[in-house]
Design a protein around this ligand. Structure first.
Ligand code: IPM
Ligand code: MG
Length: 390
């Protein structure tokens, strides 16, 4: 059932996070005015700069606020002082100390059980690939369209760290890499269902390091079991992730849906972003059964803070994933329609090179991109906008 208003918790975070979030919220306000849906935003301060002031990563009760939201929008976390990252307890290793802001990223993924990290690798027409500081059109846009589905709750992202000892002496530290049946089954089902919904090649590639890591060979076994028993219509494909890193740039057109473990997904989604024009276009959804959090995957990029320079497209695309997810979940056609029109608007702005930021070789500001996308979006809504124009 569509809701009268959708409660969105906004976590702007650090660095360029607040800036890209404000551009994206401008687009969400345009969605409200054009399509008639309502968002009720609740902003929660957080991240490394907040930690420095308050000795905690966000106000008490924030996790519950996130739990109660219809969706969460995250900017980026990670703050630096004199070029050094801010850790929660300086000088001590994970998990007793960690980059301040992980409560929002890894904490939310784990505590809210947002088990599928969905990262579309998609190239919009006229977006260039930056290679050795030159901007080239390497691929046709229709060649780059696949989705990485990253297991988001375990793998190497556990706090199971042990001190290693030999003859009673500390010799180093180890981290457990974990793949449980439950988490692996559900991520495989998620990926196979996505391949069905996309209805393209209907192929799922299992990407891992099963030849070396025991937890990954278990992941692969479960993939084979679930995919072959429950999804006979889906073609199964396998890749070791070192080789995959080459193939995803050599022949990206071969992929449809890629299912993978947490750390591998972290690596191959940044590597894959090269083919979509860089991290300025890379958005992600952290999706569970009832909750979801959406974010650009570029991080806080401290050196660009406050310059209105970075490309907000990734954050706007993250919002678009949110619109699509909310539209599906609540059966709200206004949201689904807005999501389609926003996607067309992003495509148009980049195809016509209306506002080109530095990451694409131009000098437009981040706000120029947001403004151009807003204008393209509103122009697709004659209904409520012609009213004020006429
Ligand atoms: C990502 C990021 C995070 C991760 C960091 C910020 C903890 O790199 O979302 O890909 O490693 O998952
Ligand atoms: Mg990453």
């Amino acid at each position: 059932m569509p809701k009268d208003s959708y409660h969105i918790v906004v976590l702007p975070g650090d660095g360029i996070g607040p800036e890209v979030i404000s551009h994206a919220q401008r687009i969400l306000r345009a969605v409200e005015s054009a399509s008639g849906v309502n968002f009720d935003f609740e902003e929660i301060p957080c991240g490394g700069h907040y930690y420095l002031k308050h000795e905690k990563e966000w106000p008490d009760g924030s996790l519950d606020r996130c739990r109660a939201a219809d969706a969460i929008l995250l900017g980026a976390v990670g703050h630096q002082v004199d070029g050094k990252d801010v850790f929660t307890k300086p000088g001590r290793p994970y998990p007793t100390s960690r980059l301040a802001g992980y409560a929002q990223v890894i904490g939310n993924r784990q505590n809210l059980d947002l088990y599928a990290n969905v990262r579309p690798i998609r190239l919009y027409p006229s977006v260039k690939t930056k290679i050795s500081n030159q901007f080239k059109e390497v691929w046709n846009a229709d060649m780059i369209d696949y989705v990485i589905v990253r297991e988001n709750t375990e793998g190497a992202y556990t706090s199971e760290t042990v001190d290693l000892e030999e003859n009673g002496k500390f010799v180093g530290r180890g981290t457990m890499i974990r793949a449980t049946r439950k988490a692996t089954e559900r991520i495989v089902r998620f990926a196979c269902n996505l391949a069905r919904d996309r209805n393209q090649e209907k192929r799922v590639t299992c990407c891992d390091k099963a030849n070396v890591i025991g937890a990954h060979s278990f992941f692969r076994e479960i993939f084979t079991e679930i995919a072959s028993n429950e999804f006979p219509d889906i073609e199964r494909d396998y890749a070791y992730f070192d080789a995959f890193c080459q193939w995803q740039l050599r022949s990206p057109e071969n992929y449809d849906v890629v299912v993978t473990t947490n750390l591998v997904g972290d690596v191959i989604s940044d590597n894959g972003a090269i083919a979509q024009g860089g991290l300025g276009f890379a958005a992600g959804g952290n999706i569970g059964n009832d909750r979801a959090m959406f974010e650009p995957i570029h991080g806080s990029a401290p050196k660009y803070t406050g310059m209105n320079k970075v490309n907000p497209t990734a954050c706007i695309l993250a919002c678009n994933m949110m619109l699509e997810w909310l539209g599906d979940k609540h059966g709200d056609p206004a949201l689904t329609e807005a999501s389609k029109r926003l996607d067309e608007s992003v495509a148009e702005v980049w195809a016509l090179q209306k506002a080109v930021t530095y990451d694409q070789g131009g000098s437009a500001k981040g706000s120029d991109v947001a403004e151009a996308i807003e204008e393209a979006f509103l122009s697709r809504y004659p209904v409520s906008n012609t009213k004020s124009k006429s």
